[in-house]
Design a protein around this ligand. Structure first.
Ligand code: COA
Length: 295
């Protein structure tokens, strides 16, 4: 606990405008320059998932993803925000395509003379369980579009809270040019509920919040280099962190490409460190039987 935690500056605390308290549409608009936000494919376009009603789930007319185009510090930017309150921010066929298409269109604009950055507000339990493989396929499309855009313009991920970013979308988070978290945010591939149900409560207790935040929380993820900036839950602070991250431009090498760095970090915490790529090739060769042996 830092001295600031023990003796918070109450005036500064009360002057803050909590980003987490805003709903998803307001979060997206709060990041953009005043008066520039324009929603694309909004609720009145009624683009819904066709897969929910047959499973007795009421669909939403934006399928839980809000795409807003505007300017951020004067630069053309698209903010893509996932609605955590709808199906735990789970990504389905339609919502995933909205994200992937928005990223691809930003790439198209960037190539044709209007450099357009993207900001992803990631509050998601990953693939929407009701859409299973369709969700998985669409998360792959999101990652592919993100890779296309990040070569041209920054793609900034923000995990503010309160749901966090899990499942396939944590892979998208890892591909971002820069990832910003608050200490309330959470990031992980398998979510606590999934680990507990697959491996038992002794492996991971999904009701133990201290445990969850000590592993998945923003402070931990930033401290271990899996996220780039830890920012206060405050609209102005988050906005300026995003502006700064976009201002850094496209790096020569993205974090997800710095495999040696990530491997060294794993080796530091795991004595049975992961095998080197050459060893992996041997493992793969032994695991896959020759074509004639396959049944
Ligand atoms: N698809 C559909 N619904 C989902 C979902 C998903 N992928 N992830 C979460 N939800 C739903 C939950 O069922 C719950 O619905 P309910 O309110 O109707 O009960 C709601 O979202 C909130 O989730 P809950 O678990 O109550 O909130 P939490 O804050 O305690 O935990 C997570 C949130 C995301 C950490 C937790 O739900 C989790 O571990 N999910 C699994 C994430 C994962 O491993 N995904 C892999 C799929 S690729």
């Amino acid at each position: 606990m830092t001295p600031e935690d023990r003796h918070p500056d109450w005036t500064a605390l009360l002057a803050r405008t909590g980003f987490i308290e805003l709903d998803t549409r307001a979060r997206a608009a709060a990041l953009l320059d005043d008066g520039t936000a324009r929603e694309l494919c909004g609720p009145f376009d009624r683009i819904e998932s066709p897969w929910l009603e047959p499973q007795d789930v009421v669909p939403e007319s934006d399928d839980g993803v809000i795409v807003v185009k505007g300017r951020l510090d004067g630069r053309p930017t698209v903010v893509i925000a996932i609605e955590q309150a709808f199906q735990g921010g789970g990504i389905g066929e339609v919502s995933g395509v909205k994200i992937a298409t928005a990223l691809s269109l930003a790439a198209r604009d960037s190539r044709s003379g209007t450099p357009t950055a993207a900001v992803l507000l990631l509050e998601t339990g990953g693939v929407r369980l009701q859409e299973a493989n369709l969700g998985l396929a669409t998360v792959a499309e999101v990652c592919s579009a993100l890779l296309e855009l990040r070569a041209l313009q920054p793609v900034i991920g923000v995990i503010a809270g309160a749901l966090g970013c899990f499942g396939g979308m944590s892979i998208a988070a890892g591909l971002c040019t820069s990832l910003i978290m608050t200490r309330e945010g959470r990031l992980g591939l398998d979510g606590p509920q999934v680990i507990e149900s697959e491996a038992g409560v002794a492996e991971f207790d999904a009701s133990d919040h201290t445990l969850i935040w000590s592993i998945n929380g923003g402070t931990q993820r930033t401290g271990t280099g899996l996220a780039d900036a830890l920012v206060l839950d405050d609209v102005a602070a988050l906005r300026s962190a995003v502006v700064e991250a976009i201002g850094h431009g496209v790096p020569r090498e993205h974090r997800s490409q710095r495999i040696g760095e990530l491997r060294a970090r794993l080796e530091a915490v795991d004595p049975a460190h992961p095998p080197a790529p050459a060893d992996l090739a041997a493992v793969w060769a032994n695991a896959v039987p020759p074509a004639g042996d396959r049944r």
